[in-house]
Design a protein around this ligand. Structure first.
Ligand code: 3DU
Length: 222
């Protein structure tokens, strides 16, 4: 059933957020169509927005919760302007960084209105340990204080997800790093993630819908 610019809380039925980072726009569209009803959100990042134009957010928002992963990290006023544009296009959620400071995160939360803000804590790639890991707990506390809907925490380090869960209580935890980056969906969920974020393992799969179903089964049978 088509939903028009639906905003609000992410419904966690499948416990999967699909990262559609494909820059072949026709392929990205076809993956988005195949996955809209098989995942809880379609995550859009700069690769696809730069390839397809911002209207891709609107297009996906007609049939799915769209999470704009713009890694927003600027002064409060610029953050506000970015979030307003994303929400106007139909984003139900946005992702921002914490390192720009609490005022910058609060500006995102205020501008988002009914849309949800997720704050990056520790990043999932090896470089995530250089800087973000050292401040991840502070970032998580900041996210809670600022009224964010949740945080982004690394599926590649489930033990870190467990620690961050202890800080954020019942706020959502979305965990990237599954599949191509080596993380296992069941491990991230067992550690306390609400959903995994999966990119290449879905959009590069021969059959993305089947790949999503398999990940969901792995999570259910954990
Ligand atoms: O590695 P994958 O292809 O499954 O894609 C992961 C997605 O999640 C991708 O869009 C990336 O930008 C995003 N992401 C991380 O991978 C790690 C983070 O710490 C935050 C976001």
């Amino acid at each position: 059933m088509a939903r028009t610019l639906r905003r609000g809380t992410m419904r966690l039925k499948h416990r999967i957020v699909a990262a559609i980072d494909a820059t072949d726009v026709a392929h990205a569209r076809s993956v988005g169509r195949a996955l809209a009803d098989r995942v809880d959100a379609l995550k859009v990042n700069w690769p696809l927005v730069l390839a397809a134009g911002p209207s891709i957010v609107k297009e996906f928002a007609a049939s799915a919760y769209v999470l704009c992963d713009f890694k927003i990290a600027d002064i409060p006023n610029t953050n506000r302007l970015i979030v307003e544009q994303a929400v106007a296009l139909g984003a139900s959620g946005v992702i921002c960084h914490a390192f720009a400071g609490e005022d910058s995160v609060r500006a995102c939360v205020e501008a988002a209105k009914e849309a949800e803000v997720f704050v990056v804590t520790e990043m999932s790639h090896p470089g995530g340990q250089e800087f973000t890991a050292k401040h991840a707990e502070e970032f998580a506390r900041l996210a809670v204080r600022a009224g964010a809907a949740g945080i982004i925490a690394p599926a590649t380090r489930p033990e870190r997800v467990r620690i961050l869960r202890g800080i954020v209580g019942n706020r959502l935890i979305l965990s990237p790093g599954v599949g191509a980056q080596g993380g296992k969906p069941a491990d991230a969920i067992r550690a306390g993630a609400d959903a995994v974020i999966v990119g290449r393992a879905l959009y590069e799969a021969a059959d993305p819908a089947k790949a999503a179903t398999e990940i969901e089964a792995e999570i259910r049978n954990r």
